[in-house]
Design a protein around this ligand. Structure first.
Ligand code: COA
Ligand code: AMP
Length: 632
């Protein structure tokens, strides 16, 4: 039997990872070559390219300008919400980044120090990220939709010397002032940044705190451009907080060397995109997709990246994506399935598509949540191009499973992100930690070591990192459940922990429960992810009130909704909750969440033999029906 190209490449990546990644690393410019490709001396803390030195910003900008790409657009900023389209060349971006980096250095930001970036989708967000990379500072971008309390938690964990922000974000037709949110977050946080650099947008003028806040333009005007600071391959490039199962987010650390190598490799072999082409990840710089595929990968690869400040619908219509593709000659589009569900809902026959020439588009890649077969078929019927589901997570930083267009395209099986990407040894384990045969569902894990680019640890929390790799020794536990079929296709069926995915945004039901339980009238609660046609999942709460509380349930629910919105953020979409007499529990007191989830989603369920009071399940069914759920 002949061996396919994928099998050869994949086999080499797993059997000889050092040779495989050592070769891939030659595509990156190093100021000092590594001593060893993979260091397992401190396993399960693996390190890639130990001894190597480089600068990620150099690879993303300077190198391209030196090799003749200076006049090519690095960024196309397309902002339907401000009616702006602006191209920024590699040379111009290098100039802006070097000056802003000089400004940060002038504020005393040194190699290894942290900077929080709380910005909307404007080029200055990218400038700030690359400027940090240039001077070896560690950035932590916080998504603009997070409320002050969440921002404060990240400030206290990352302890930034400087915070970079803007006067406002623009969400569709809403202008959202950011500065009051930032001020409130700093007020709540124990750690106080020395300085805040604020980019004043014309829509809102932010009030400045004398002595602490600096105007972006004034800082840049007085700054001198600075060169790149070489950093160790293993030095952190950024921290990106993501939801775990508790209220405390996990600070995923990304290194410089392994990340650059993996991203560069992925552009050629997964996305099949060439330097000079236009790559568009319609996401937000606050998410991992934004870090990897709006900013770092396209620039490392010499592509033009589109920075889109708009929505798939409503800015101004469901033809927005097609307009951007045709206007900028986009070759590859990457977004979340929810964006396509939103377009499909408003324009089921894709009438808007007829108005645009999207012949430049070769592929649509989707990730961030499960790609349901309906959306897959709709997208591929409408676009008539390969629609590629791929699966990954903040922790890995780049895809774990994909149909690798640059290795060997496989026939698609709807509902599957196809096969393991080279570098990832994906397995399915049962509850005892045994590898399961093909076709059987269990916990999806990756055999260690993880390939380059994945998290080496959590920010100043090696202990919590170990939870990923010690639950099933020798494996990294992804938190997803699923199976691998006979042909090696991976199927991801959803999280097996308390993480949910709302419109492609990863959220913790645990953190919502923490907020809800703080309400003075709430005795206990459970927040679950319910299936949602548009957003994939939405949170739904069930609360038990303290004895003696006689208030109207609607009033309490209203307060809970407002609490979650103001403490976690609007993006949580926590809009529904019901008051119930009791939560269904086992005799040992464990809330039967998975049974509750099945009830809410109208799925069949067996009454667990360990249940304390079966009538509690009927109460959940009735309340879920009252909220429009529990439909078979
Ligand atoms: N700053 C402030 N608020 C924000 C925000 C931001 N950056 N992003 C979202 N929000 C707010 C929204 O305005 C909305 O507020 P509302 O309750 O007052 O209406 C709330 O958070 C929920 O946002 P969202 O879930 O995005 O809902 P939506 O109705 O505004 O848009 C989609 C729905 C599907 C169009 C939108 O989620 C989308 O485009 N998703 C694309 C997928 C994506 O980017 N995924 C990221 C990972 S790849
Ligand atoms: P995040 O860290 O925000 O990228 O979220 C990662 C989680 O999103 C994964 O653990 C999965 O649960 C889910 N996810 C991402 N991509 C996919 C996909 N293609 N198919 C199924 N689930 C996905």
């Amino acid at each position: 039997m002949s061996v396919s190209k994928y099998e050869t490449v994949y086999g080499e990546s797993i059997q000889q990872p050092e040779a495989f990644w050592g070769k891939a690393a030659q595509e990156i410019q190093w100021s000092r070559k590594w001593d060893s490709v993979l260091d397992d001396a401190r396993a399960p803390f693996y390190q890639w390219f130990v001894g190597g030195e480089l600068n990620t910003c150099y690879n993303a900008l300077d190198y391209h300008v030196e090799s003749g790409r200076g006049e090519q657009a690095a960024i196309i900023y397309d902002s339907p919400v401000t009616d702006t389209i602006r191209k920024i060349t590699y040379a111009e971006l290098l100039d802006r980044v070097s000056k802003f980096a000089g400004g940060l250095s002038g504020l005393g930001v040194a190699k290894g120090e942290t900077v929080i970036i709380y910005m909307p989708m404007i080029p200055e967000a990218v400038v700030a990220m690359l400027a940090c990379a240039r001077i070896g500072a560690v950035h932590s971008v916080v998504f603009g939709g997070f409320a002050p309390t969440e921002l404060a938690i990240r400030i206290d964990d990352a302890k930034p010397k400087v915070i970079v922000s803007a006067s406002c974000g623009i969400e569709g037709s809403k202008v959202l002032p950011y500065k009051p949110l930032l001020d409130e977050a700093i007020r709540i946080a124990g750690h106080k940044p020395e300085k805040c650099v604020i980019y004043q947008r014309p829509q809102v003028e932010a009030a400045m705190t004398a002595g602490r806040d600096l105007d972006w333009n004034a800082l840049v005007d007085g700054a001198k451009a600075v060169p790149c600071t070489p950093v160790a391959a293993t030095d952190p490039l950024y921290i990106l907080y993501t939801s775990g199962t508790t209220g405390k987010p996990k600070g995923v650390v990304r290194d410089n060397g392994g990340y650059a190598v993996a991203l560069k490799w992925s552009m050629e072999y997964i996305y099949d995109v060439k330097p000079g082409e236009v790559f568009w990840a319609a996401s937000d710089v606050g998410w991992v997709v934004g870090h990897s595929y709006i900013v770092y990968a396209p620039l490392l690869h010499g592509c033009t990246t589109v920075l889109y400040e708009g929505k798939p619908v409503g800015t101004p219509d469901p033809g927005a994506f097609w307009r951007v593709i045709s206007q900028h000659g986009v070759s590859v589009l990457f977004t979340a399935p929810t964006a396509f569900r939103a377009i499909k809902k408003e324009d089921p026959n894709a009438e808007h598509l007829k108005k645009y020439d999207i012949s430049s588009l070769r592929y649509l890649f989707l990730a961030g949540e499960r790609l349901d077969p309906d959306t897959y078929h709709w997208a591929s019927d409408m676009l008539k191009r390969p629609v590629i589901d791929h699966w990954w997570q903040t922790e890995t930083g780049w895809p774990i499973a994909a149909n690798c267009m640059g290795v060997e395209p496989f026939p698609v099986k709807a509902g599957s992100p196809t096969k393991a990407v080279p570098g990832y040894n994906v397995q399915i384990l049962d509850s005892e930690g045994n590898e399961l045969p093909r076709g059987e569902e269990g916990a999806v894990v990756i055999k260690l070591p993880l390939p380059p680019g994945c998290l080496p640890t959590l920010w100043q929390d090696d202990g919590r990192f170990l939870e990923y790799v010690t639950e099933r020794p020798g494996y990294y536990v992804t938190g997803d459940g699923g199976f691998i079929d006979r042909d090696g296709y991976i199927f991801i069926m959803g999280r097996i922990d308390d993480v949910i995915n709302v419109a492609g945004h990863r959220l913790s039901t645990g953190s919502m429960e923490e907020i809800v339980s703080r309400h003075k009238d709430v005795a206990e609660c459970a927040v679950l992810g319910a299936d949602d046609k548009l957003k994939g999942q939405v949170p739904v709460g069930f609360v038990v009130l303290k004895a003696g509380v006689e208030r109207k349930p609607e009033e309490i629910v209203d307060e809970l909704v407002r609490m979650v919105r103001s403490e976690l953020g609007a993006l949580a979409c926590f809009k529904q909750a019901a008051v119930v007499k009791a939560l269904p529990k086992t005799r040992s007191g464990k809330i039967l969440r998975s049974t509750m989830r099945k009830i809410v989603d109208g799925k069949e369920y067996a009454v667990p033999s360990t249940i304390d009071d079966p009538s509690a399940l009927d109460a959940i069914t009735d309340s879920a029906k009252g909220m429009g759920y529990a439909k078979p």
